[in-house]
Design a protein around this ligand. Sequence first.
Ligand code: GLA
Length: 392
Amino acid sequence: MENFTRFMHPNIVSTTFTSIFSARPDIVVRAPGRINLIGEHTDYNGGLVLPAAIDKAIWFAAGKRNDRRFAFYAADLNEHFISEHQPLVFQKQFTWVNYLLGVFSEARKDGLEFGGLNLAFGGNVPLGAGLSSSAALESGAMFVLDALYGLGLSQLDIIRLAQRGENNFVGMQCGIMDMFASVMGRAGNVIKLDCRSLDYEYIPFRMPDHSLVLCDSGVKHALVASEYNTRRRECEEGVAILKRYYPDIASLRDVSTDLLKAHENQLRPSVYNRCLYVVEEIARVEQACTALRENDLRQLGRLMYQTHDGLDRAYEVSCPELNFMVNAARVDDAVTGSRMMGGGFGGCTINLVKNEAVEAFTQSLDADYQRVFSRKINSYVVRPSNGIEVVD
Ligand code: GLA
């Protein structure tokens, strides 16, 4: 899926649609990628997360068809697909197709009535970088289908269908954070989302002197699906054991560090470590929200480093490249906080960097990294942006 989205904007996606399907699109939609400031691997544990949609997105141009088939064109890959089968089946050849078919297949399971679709898309969300290009694809495709066929879905319906597509069709047991951020994002804000109740709150992200810098390790997270699902099972194993003592515990959200420590001997060491990380990380999200409200960037940065250390040592989803990058940030005075972001085993670090030092930081990081890993780091400054929207 490398370079699956290189660069695209609404005009281009619209003219691309016209040249491929010989018609003007009925709709053009922008679906953004996301960052997560803090709260990693907490969403599927009923915990708290603090993501934002960003100003990197996938643009879709779409139109109805007269039959019930789906024709897709991935502009940046120059790949076509047209569905032949009813029901929709998993495609081994084109991984990207499954993100689209998955949501449509789930929508059919719910008895939603819709016909076929022509869809061209492309964008600038770097792939495999942990910015959730997949959630942008899933949520964007469902948004388009809803708009064209008047399905009457709420934002939450779209979010849930996108998550189900990924869980049931693609086979990645992800939580709800990525889709939620892509759909619900608001410019200039991060979203404090309670993944148990789905209550959410926008918190202004005001840091005029700092930039949010994503540094892509270039390591593709091939392990992520299997290890991610394993982490989920390990957390569930911890919950199942604690439940024997406290039947009211439904997820790690209901567990305190004291309670967990009291039962350390009943859990396998790896399961204990995973659970402890999650319980502490949920608490860190609350602390980060306070720090944001009080404009206490130092504290926010400290929490980010703590998250990284937890992901590395207790949750064991980091890798040498990401650790190298975070360690380089730690000794740079211009960087207030840094950590790996997303599922792990590669992808990006997220860094809070003083504006005037962004260039120097990214250049020296890249040079050091190339010396050690013989690989380049691509860096991006991103801003919290609006969620999915129709583009004029
Ligand atoms: C991936 C998943 C999310 C979340 C993060 C880790 O991005 O898709 O649901 O679990 O990993 O925080």
